[in-house]
Design a protein around this ligand. Structure first.
Ligand SMILES: [Zn+2]
Length: 235
């Protein structure tokens, strides 16, 4: 799986709708669209959708237009997965991205300020488009890779679950978030995640020294050891 770096910082010369990301970010008086995490705990992934449907309705999945939205609104996310499943990294994982806003984890967790301890993943989709098979595949791969690197299972939640009515009632935010919404198939995502978790587990088993060779290998070893014995080869 290839992850394409597209950091939302002043070194980025990619042109989005006539201006470079560098120009768009520095125009807002910033060097990058993230800040420092205050703690070391990262144990949650927040899933979102994003599109440019309100800016360019004819091409809602246009990457440049979506990157421009991040810059124009000074928001960010660690990863962006396009419709073909291509993964872009926009923010280093050890930095705090600005994707959740005022937020509170579902019961019984109840931690607030979810940006602090989470990794944000934006999946390119409109409220009505649904998500592609390639996006679920890439999401499963990416999340299993994250878990492997941190050596633990993560908690997965949606923006709607941490920034909905409950967050508004508690005075953490004014608007209600609805993404990734009812068209996001959590079951399929969990299936993909489990599939790639298993692949990773098998990879690890493959790397361990094998105490019991496979039957075919055992036979081959026996054959070679017979040939190597001087008393057998002399006859
Ligand atoms: Zn969101």
């Amino acid at each position: 799986m290839k992850i394409h770096e597209m950091f939302l910082d002043e070194s980025n010369r990619r042109v989005c709708c006539g201006k470079s990301i560098k120009e768009l970010i520095t125009a807002g008086g910033k060097k990058h669209l993230w800040d420092e995490r205050k703690g070391n705990i990262i144990d949650t992934v927040v899933l979102h959708y994003i599109s440019a449907v309100e800016v360019v309705p004819s091409t809602p999945f246009c990457e440049e237009a979506i990157l421009k939205i991040f810059c124009d609104y000074s928001v960010s996310s660690h990863y962006l997965i396009n419709r073909r499943g291509k993964i872009f990294q926009l923010v280093p994982e050890d930095k705090r991205a600005w994707h959740a806003g005022g937020s509170i984890m579902p019961e019984p967790d109840r931690r607030i300020g979810v940006n602090e301890f989470s990794i944000g993943i934006e999946i390119v989709a409109t409220p009505s488009s649904g998500f592609t098979k390639l996006q679920y595949e890439s999401l499963g791969k990416l999340c299993s890779l994250i878990e492997k690197r941190y050596c633990k299972e993560f908690t997965y939640t949606g923006h709607e679950h941490i920034a909905g009515q409950r967050a508004v009632k508690l005075g953490l935010r004014k608007d209600v978030k609805i993404d990734p919404g009812p068209l996001f198939d959590w079951e399929l995502f969990k299936l993909m995640l489990d599939k790639y978790r298993m692949d990773k587990a098998l990879e690890n088993i493959g790397r361990l020294p094998s105490k019991t060779p496979a039957p075919g290998l055992r036979q081959a070893r026996r054959a070679s050891s017979v040939q190597d014995r001087p008393d057998v080869t002399k006859t």
